[in-house]
Design a protein around this ligand. Structure first.
Ligand code: NAD
Ligand code: DAU
Length: 349
């Protein structure tokens, strides 16, 4: 693996993954980061990396659906492996405006698969990063395994499910050297503050209301983003061709409990509010349509076959995350663009 193409490398997981590969892992090659810079991207999250690793890191602004541009990039840079992260990733946005999810998540993935198919002699691995949401919603018990049938409930998860099926089909039909991973909810540094954890941290710090959907009893499995990055690197190197790996934190929690933990941590590290403890900011708002009740992941395969285990507990990871947002005002201000403000206005009123 001499030149790894990372798509969507300016988004939350992409930034953490590139930082992990270049600063912490045994990866010895070069990274080409192709990202078209949607509202969710922040190339400045990697500006220090570009300085420190100038000879091993290249950013190129490109849309994964642009076949000509992506093909030329793969050839000019002699790409020999791909880690595909680029996507529209926010469920609520997919409910309001699904079109771009179909374009990027399905047509974009298809475009990359075709390009890899044409370059079979050189490209030895295509890793597709996907989500546990493709499996739909669980009842009060049970876990998603790699064999759980797909039953996506949002335009986002349906578009990710479609791309997973294409990746699998390109392996079965054309023998493409693919691997897939389906991961649970990530949290950590550099996450765009439209997602639950950073939204709640920033609102709690600023004494704003904390909008919890429905009764707040929906359950997600939470994984610190660096643990996900370590798993991705392991699957890229050692994952069996054609195989899927579930990734998760074995850390199920109701949304309300997550928000309460954030309130308590922010109370601990920030100045008190005149109105009292931050739990009082919690407000129950209208539920998300088609809101999946519970996700939970069985990670036996990646643990037994590849020896992966998450390092952070939710308490330790959340503490690190709160501290990061508390001290990184510069980053927060950069991502709070007009587009972000517009979304918050449209969605929360
Ligand atoms: P994100 O929204 O933070 O970042 C997505 C990145 O992709 C952005 O930088 C954006 O500019 C880029 N992008 C979007 N459309 C593009 C296009 N057409 N061409 C090139 N670049 C494009 O998302 P994330 O949270 O970092 O998620 C990354 C991947 O991981 C996604 O595939 C997502 O489905 C998957 N995933 C995310 C989570 C999670 O909890 N965040 C969990 C499991 C799986
Ligand atoms: O499970 C993996 C998925 O996790 C990824 O595939 C997605 O890309 C990622 O966005 C995330 O999806 P969720 O919909 O679970 O994440 P979100 O942060 O949007 O919401 C987490 C939970 O919190 C969900 O049950 C909805 C709820 N929520 C969310 C927001 C933004 C609220 O109660 N209030 C909010 O304001």
């Amino acid at each position: 693996m001499k030149t790894l193409l990372v798509t969507g490398g300016c988004g939350f997981i992409g930034v953490n993954f590139i930082r992990y590969l270049l600063d912490e892992s045994d990866f010895a090659g070069r990274i080409v980061n192709a990202d078209c810079l949607t509202y969710a991207a922040n190339p400045l999250s990697l500006s220090d990396v570009a300085i420190r690793h100038g000879d091993r890191y290249l950013f190129v602004k490109a849309d994964i659906s642009d076949r000509e541009a992506m093909g030329a990039l793969m050839d000019e840079q002699q790409v020999d492996a791909v880690c595909h992260l680029a996507a529209e990733s926010h469920v609520d946005r997919s409910i309001v405006r699904p079109q771009q999810f179909i374009q990027t998540n399905i047509v974009g993935a298809y475009t990359l698969l075709e390009l890899v198919r044409e370059r079979r002699d050189r490209i030895g691995r295509f890793h597709h990063v996907s989500t546990d949401e493709v499996f739909g919603s669980l009842g009060p018990t049970g876990l998603f395994t790699e064999d759980t049938p797909y039953r996506p409930n949002s335009p986002y998860s349906a578009s990710k499910a479609a791309s997973d099926h294409l990746v699998r089909a390109y392996h079965a039909t054309y023998g493409l050297p693919v691997t897939l991973s389906n991961c649970s909810n990530n949290y950590g540094p550099y996450q765009f503050p439209e997602k639950l954890v950073p939204l709640m941290i920033l609102n709690a710090m600023e004494g704003r209301s904390l909008p919890v959907y429905g009764d707040g009893r929906h359950v997600r499995d939470w994984l610190y983003v660096r643990d996900h990055c370590e798993a991705l690197w392991l699957v890229l190197r050692k994952g069996q061709e054609g195989r899927t790996y579930n990734i998760g934190g074995r850390n199920e929690m109701e949304n309300l409990r997550v928000v309460e933990m954030i309130c308590d941590l922010v109370d601990e590290v920030c100045a008190p509010l005149p109105s009292g403890p931050r739990r009082a900011l919690i407000t129950f708002v209208k539920d998300r349509p088609g809101h999946d009740r519970r996700y939970a992941i069985d990670t036996t395969r990646i643990e037994t076959e590849l020896g992966w285990r998450p390092r952070e507990s939710f308490a330790s990871g959340l503490r690190k995350t709160v501290e990061w947002y508390r001290t990184r005002n510069d980053w927060v201000e950069q991502v709070r663009t007009g587009a972000y403000r517009q979304w918050i206005k449209e969605h929360y009123g």
